[in-house]
Design a protein around this ligand. Structure first.
Ligand code: ARG
Length: 588
């Protein structure tokens, strides 16, 4: 189904043509002066310059051709040569009625679906998730859902940090605490215990302890490096112990991501591509890209047009150890080999921007990707506290993600209990759903690259530009529809009709932007577009609700039109919040 702006533009382009002008000038935009008109076409202005005539002359001729069109209720040429347009109620209600019947509300499938891999989440095993990982998970999940909904074949990969020195550190500390574990006995040939010798909370305490010790104690650090070496070179006990670390950690990660409604198709990590590194490095050497510089193996990636320094990519350190760069490059090799993607999208903090410039250039230069493979980094800003500094716990520590989620849940629970006489169990499950919307919407409504302030009061409010407000709107519609059904009404037999008042027309107009919103959210990788759309749509619905007697309308045809329209609004809102990664409760 065509987008509404396309339909309107086509009509105006035809009028330009009929009036004897270049039809390309007939492109229409949403008006930036909604007080004057709904849509506008400014094409006569540029055209007049070319033709050296007065723009109003062209605009007037075009408007004449539009008279009698059923698309417009108003088409006006105004000085110096703008064309102001309002669409007719019938045109709009026809469009919205078609949306209602169409798959994906009329969003067209792509000519050729793309294969897209999204690299997001990026947690480090044996370390607790902290709020820094929140944005990658929230934005990545939404981007993935948008790509999928657009009809692209999309794979989400968590890309865990599971392979470097942190692993060696954890194992070294374990060895200090439990030296008798069979994992450390290199002559041991039996089966290793099935039970892990630690819990997840122990693991999370072990890593910072070990990391602290290694900074004070050279011998300890050397032991950790040796343990890392043994792990990476396949020493049996170290691999077995590492498997236990992964097992315990991944179970816990899954629980945390499930709570956030974030789901990955692939649970790969840096370790997954370890075996690809030697071959990849050798090829980069053979092809003349990689060379030794001060003992390290590097690939130059600077370009003449660079305005700031772009250092070389480092493949191997002087001790021969692989780096974060190396695993990312080998992961590209692996993904190209397995999925041959058209696009790989990475979500990390924007402080890794230069790093990804290096990686992408290196991957292109060395032929890891095809020339047409798109590599995209979405670098996001920081979540700050009210003081404008990166979000911290009250005592200044790093906030664990699960504690943040818990705090939002508790705040939401308070509000939900204030609000209604909902029972304890329902209040809790509702608070979880609404709390997630507060957290996610608070994040996603910002442009990803921007920093934002985590504001508990604002995010959890039922009013204003918030997740709970959107959910409240959905719940309101559900309750009207329930009442309608209880009065014996049949929703499925209701049809959208021409709008009877301005607020109903506005609601239709808001709905009509769905497909173009999803498309621009995809093109710009910007879930904030969807937030802005559902905020407008919720406002339009609520104005309509306040200005229109829906259930008490005595004209049955009108009432059916209202019901069909709010039902469509509900479905569009529910689909949109699913693209953002949250859902609505039955009541709140
Ligand atoms: N584990 C990394 C971190 O916590 C993030 C990984 C991002 N993804 C990637 N392919 N480098 O900083």
């Amino acid at each position: 189904m065509k987008k509404i702006l396309e339909l309107i533009s086509e009509e105006v382009m035809k009028a330009f043509k009929d009036a004897g002008y270049d039809e390309a000038a007939g492109k229409v935009n949403v008006s930036n002066r909604p007080d004057l008109c709904e849509y506008q076409c400014n094409g006569a202005m540029a055209l007049a310059k070319q033709l050296k005539c007065a723009p109003i002359q062209i605009a007037t001729a075009v408007v004449e051709k539009l008279s009698g069109s059923s698309t417009f209720s108003k088409a006006e040429a105004v000085m110096p040569g703008f064309i102001n347009l309002n669409v007719s109620g019938e045109f709009l209600s026809d469009y919205v009625a078609k949306m209602s019947e169409s798959d994906k509300f009329g969003l067209e499938a792509p000519d050729k679906p793309l294969k897209i891999v999204i690299d997001y989440g990026g947690p480090n095993v044996a370390k607790a998730l902290h709020v820094g990982h929140l944005r990658s998970a929230i934005i990545g999940e939404s981007v993935k859902r948008i790509c999928l909904y657009m009809g692209h074949d999309t794979i989400g990969d968590i890309h865990m940090g599971d392979w470097g020195l942190p692993m060696g550190l954890v194992m070294t500390e374990l060895k200090e605490r439990q030296p008798d574990l069979p994992y450390f006995d290199e002559s041991y040939t039996g089966e290793y215990p099935s039970e892990a010798p630690f819990t997840v909370s122990e693991l999370e305490e072990i890593y910072p302890t070990a990391s602290g010790k290694s900074k004070q104690d050279e011998a300890y650090k050397a032991a950790a490096m040796e343990a890392t070496f043994k792990l990476q070179n396949g020493v049996r006990g170290y691999r077995a112990l590492w498997n236990k670390i992964i097992e315990v950690s991944v179970t816990d990660l899954k629980k945390n991501y499930d709570n956030l409604n974030v789901h990955f198709d692939l649970w790969n990590g840096e370790s997954s591509v370890h075996d690809l590194i030697p071959g990849m490095v050798q090829k980069m050497k053979d092809d003349g890209f990689a060379y030794l510089s001060e003992g390290a193996l590097v690939v130059d990636v600077k370009e003449e047009t660079d305005t700031k320094e772009v250092p070389p990519c480092m493949l191997l350190k002087s001790d021969g150890a692989a780096k974060y760069d190396t695993t990312d490059l080998a992961t590209i090799l692996d993904r190209m080999d397995k999925y041959n993607p058209d696009k790989i999208i990475y979500l990390t903090d924007k402080r890794q921007e230069l790093y990804f410039t290096q990686i992408f250039r290196c991957a292109r230069k060395t032929g890891l990707v095809k020339p047409e493979t798109e590599l995209v980094h979405i670098g996001f800003g920081t979540m700050n506290g009210k003081d404008g500094k990166p979000f911290k716990t009250r005592d200044g520590g790093v906030m664990r993600l699960e504690f943040l989620v818990r705090d939002v849940f508790e705040e939401m629970l308070k509000k939900i209990k204030d609000n209604k006489d909902i029972g304890e169990a329902e209040a809790e499950s509702t608070a979880k759903i609404v709390g997630l919307s507060a957290l996610k919407y608070g994040d996603l409504s910002n442009q990803p690259s921007k920093d934002y302030i985590f504001d508990m009061d604002k995010f959890t409010s039922f009013e204003g530009n918030t997740g709970p407000y959107v959910l409240y709107t959905i719940v309101r519609i559900k309750s009207i529809l329930d009442k309608f059904a209880a009065q014996g009404g049949n929703i499925t037999s209701c049809r959208i009709a021409a709008p009877v008042n301005e607020s109903e027309k506005n609601l239709m107009k808001a709905l009509s932007f769905f497909s173009q919103t999803v498309e621009s959210a995809f093109n710009e990788l910007a879930p904030n577009r969807i937030c802005a759309f559902i905020y407008d749509l919720s406002n339009a619905l609520n104005s309509f609700y306040h200005e229109t007697k829906i259930l008490t309308e005595t004209d049955e045809a009108k009432k059916a039109g209202f019901i069909a329209l709010i039902d469509l609004t509900k479905r569009v809102l529910e689909t949109s919040i699913d693209l953002l990664g949250f859902s609505a409760p039955e009541r709140m």
